[in-house]
Design a binder for this molecule. Structure first.
Ligand code: HDE
Length: 738
């Protein structure tokens, strides 16, 4: 708490959270970096290495005369600036990246021959990019949206990209629908409104006419779409892939990333406010955690399905709108990923990283999922457009660490200088090099899946069940989560203008759960229609008899899967939890120091929040650094609150509207509040203002009051309350205005 606070020292040392820094990869990681400025590079130069004598003035005919065309330095600088932007990603434009490493566990040779999944002696470098989908590059982090979770593995056998999301299913079943879906969710084309939001007519028009989207819609309306941190969300490969073992045997696989910190989300009211207070909330959170040594970690897990079991389920493994309940096929952990280094340059790394689902290594292969098949075309095509040509693999962030030797030559911005004349094969001029590598030499060979079919445009009947997993997802949530889904739908549909679209949506929701449809109907002021004109499933040609498009479920659908709920799988913990210590001049520093030290010991991050920035003075007149000034911050940026004692501080906070709002919002959002001494009066006043009464009874669902004689015990109770996170049993917070 003092200027040389233990918090800051601990943050520097922080061995508690910096668990598994993979030092062995540092050499390889260095190869990915370009250069840093040293003393020889200290002078300003042009791009041709010419030292520049004056970079403040353009070349002119006289000090007040016109600028001269001759000014090649001005032209070089402006031209470069004019070309600084590349097209932003058409989807997943807003993103943040970090470096790290992946360490495989023992025993994966039972499933795959992939080198990086079997090499336990040293980790494989990775680069991860997290993203939102719908918003532009400058949009808010806390949009209700799917999060991209793309991982590039720099393996010894070439690049492997696992380009996934934080939800295990997708909206559509066939890639040919992707442009339609994205056009519908993106801002409407005539006025480019709304930014980074699915709450508008075109989205729900498409959704209500394409019922295959219903399962994913449930995920999008759930708290998964508003994560507390990118470090606290799961990742999924979505499609069914194949793993191939040394003997050539194939098994179906679904990939999962499980965060070691558990899955946590914010509330919608918080998301809305965070978007204003700190639109970079997730980006900043990741950056700060990595910088402080609290390295985010995920376990990679696999669900394996033997070839013979392909048709064992009541859904098709090739249908990307379905998941395999973990209760049917458990997730087996096969390795751990640690993110341990922030980027040096956002553009060169995060913006130019080029993920392609076709970047694959021996031991992994594709399935016939029609969405996956379309992606195999789309990503390479996208990189050609965004990065300007076929040599994007030469950019440092995209470079394979395995040697690249082939006869491909030239092209836009080619960097490799290939010597010799042998740019063809077979050749004698180059000694026959480079040689094709058979499977024994590590060459990639596609799994020889027999294919025999009629050429047609159609969908398998096994894809027709659009609702049973949507219902399963809804049934799997606890009451709080169900309420959040209902409120999210009410928010979104209240923003939709067309009554027809809203009505169609109610009909769709009634297929998922009658009660949900009723509640949403009430929330948007419409009755759930018994019937509507026309066909909900318009993903078929107009003359199709859709009566056959009913689920042909031969096996019973799975009713609920506890693994799909966040709140039924709580993971309490203090690590990296941000706790606001609310103080004003004259505060009791002995209390805050004790709390602060304890929090740091447990890996939490205490922050001093005061009415003003700079220094705040304790009751003994000692100055302490203020981390956040009240006017620039908000309770929504923290996980918990401690209101300290000191009579002068208490009086000042009781007279400060921002401080009282801070307390009330923390209460409303079910987060832990600790208070002691005269701090109790501040909390009491804040709650009184909204008609709530703070009694002296101890610990009202996560509100921990310290009496003078049990200060130590109260600290422990407060820490426990912070670790729990949200105290859902708390009553009365809904009376606090949003
Ligand atoms: Fe993507 N997707 N996508 N997508 N996707 C892109 O590639 C596409 C899909 C995902 O951080 C684009 O480089 C099609 C599913 C992530 O750079 C583009 C289809 C999943 C990222 C593209 C899908 C994803 C992208 C835009 C349906 C989860 C960000 C920029 C057939 C498994 C990667 C780019 C990053 C990015 C196409 C569906 C995940 C246009 C055609 C399903 C995480 O190529």
């Amino acid at each position: 708490m003092k200027k040389d606070s233990p918090k800051k020292d601990a943050a520097k040392a922080k061995p508690a959270t910096a668990k598994s820094a993979p030092v062995e990869t540092s050499e390889k990681i260095e190869q990915l970096r370009q250069f840093t400025v040293n003393s020889d590079d200290a002078y300003l130069t042009s791009n041709q290495g010419l030292r520049v004598s004056d970079d403040q003035n353009s070349l002119k005919a006289g000090t007040r005369g016109p600028s001269l065309l001759e000014d090649f330095l001005l032209r070089e600088k402006l031209t470069h600036f004019d070309h600084e932007r590349i097209p932003e990603r058409v989807v997943h434009a807003r993103g943040v990246g970090a470096h790290g490493s992946f360490q495989a566990y023992e025993g994966n040779d039972a499933y795959t021959k992939a080198g990086f999944l079997n090499r336990t002696s040293k980790p494989t470098p990775v680069f991860v990019r997290f993203s939102t989908v719908g918003g532009s590059r400058g949009s808010t982090d806390l949009a209700r949206d799917v999060r991209g979770f793309a991982v590039k593995f720099y393996t010894d056998e070439g690049i492997f990209d696992l380009v996934g999301n934080n939800m295990p299913v997708f909206f559509i079943q066939d890639s040919v629908k992707f442009p339609d879906f994205i056009h519908a969710v993106k801002p409407e084309p005539h006025n480019e409104i709304p930014q980074a939001s699915s709450a508008h007519d075109t989205f729900y028009d498409f959704i209500s006419l394409s019922t295959e989207t219903t399962h994913m819609l449930m995920w999008l309306m759930s708290d998964r779409a508003i994560p507390r941190s990118l470090r606290m969300m799961e990742g999924f490969g979505v499609h069914t892939f194949r793993l191939i073992d040394e003997s050539g045997q194939s098994r179906f696989v679904k990939f999962h990333w499980k965060p070691l910190l558990g899955v946590h989300s914010v509330l919608w009211d918080e998301a809305v406010k965070i978007s204003g207070k700190d639109p970079d909330f997730h980006r900043r959170d990741l950056w700060e955690a990595i910088n402080s040594g609290a390295f985010p970690e995920w376990e990679l897990g696999v669900q394996i399905v033997e070839e013979k079991d392909e048709f064992k389920f009541n859904f098709d493994l090739l249908d990307p709108t379905k998941l395999i309940p973990e209760e049917l096929v458990p997730v087996v952990p096969i390795g751990k990923m640690t993110l341990n280094r922030n980027v040096d340059n956002y553009f060169a790394e995060t913006e130019q990283v080029a993920f392609c689902i076709s970047h694959i290594v021996p031991g992994i292969d594709f399935s016939n999922d029609p969405l996956l098949q379309g992606r195999l075309f789309s990503y390479l095509d996208t990189q050609l457009k965004r990065l300007g040509g076929p040599n994007f693999h030469e950019l440092p962030i995209n470079k394979s660490l395995a040697p690249v030797t082939n006869n491909q030559r030239d092209g836009h911005m080619r960097q490799t200088i290939n010597p010799g004349v042998a740019s063809y094969q077979p050749n004698t001029t180059g000694g026959g090099c480079p040689f094709q590598a058979g499977a024994a030499k590590g060459g990639f060979a596609s799994f020889p899946q027999p294919v025999d079919g009629v050429k047609l445009r159609d969908r398998s009947e096994s894809f027709f069940d659009h609702f049973s997993q949507a219902t399963m997802f809804y049934n799997s949530q606890n009451e709080v989560e169900k309420q959040h889904i209902s409120e999210a739908l009410q928010f979104e549909l209240n923003k939709v203008i067309s009554p027809e679209i809203k009505q169609r949506m109610l009909v769709v929701l009634a297929q998922v759960d009658g009660d949900l449809a009723e509640k949403v109907g009430q929330g948007i002021g419409l009755k759930v229609p018994r019937k509507i004109d026309g066909n909900l499933n318009q993903q078929v040609p107009a003359d199709t008899d859709t009566s056959s498009y009913q689920p042909q479920l031969t096996k019973k659908p799975f009713k609920e899967s506890a693994a799909l709920s966040i709140l039924r799988n709580p993971k309490p913990g203090l690590e990296t939890r941000k706790v606001a210590l609310l103080v004003a001049d004259g505060f009791d520093s002995s209390m805050t120091t004790a709390i602060s030290e304890k929090l740091v010991e447990e890996g939490a991050v205490p922050c001093v929040v005061a009415p003003h920035g700079g220094s705040v003075f304790d009751a003994d007149g000692n100055g302490h650094d203020v981390d956040f000034a009240l006017p620039t911050t908000g309770s929504v940026l923290f996980d918990a609150l401690y209101v300290t004692g000191g009579s002068k501080s208490s009086s000042a906070l009781q007279a400060d509207a921002a401080a009282l709002l801070f307390i009330n919002e923390t209460f409303k959002h079910f987060k832990a509040i600790g208070t002691a001494g005269e701090g109790v009066e501040v909390v009491r006043k804040a709650l009184n203002l909204v008609g709530l009464k703070l009694t002296n009874q101890k610990d009202l669902s996560g509100v921990v009051l310290a009496e003078t004689d049990d200060a130590g015990d109260a600290t422990e109770r407060f820490l426990e309350a912070v670790a729990i996170g949200r105290h859902w049993k708390r009553k009365g917070g809904d009376l606090i205005p949003v």
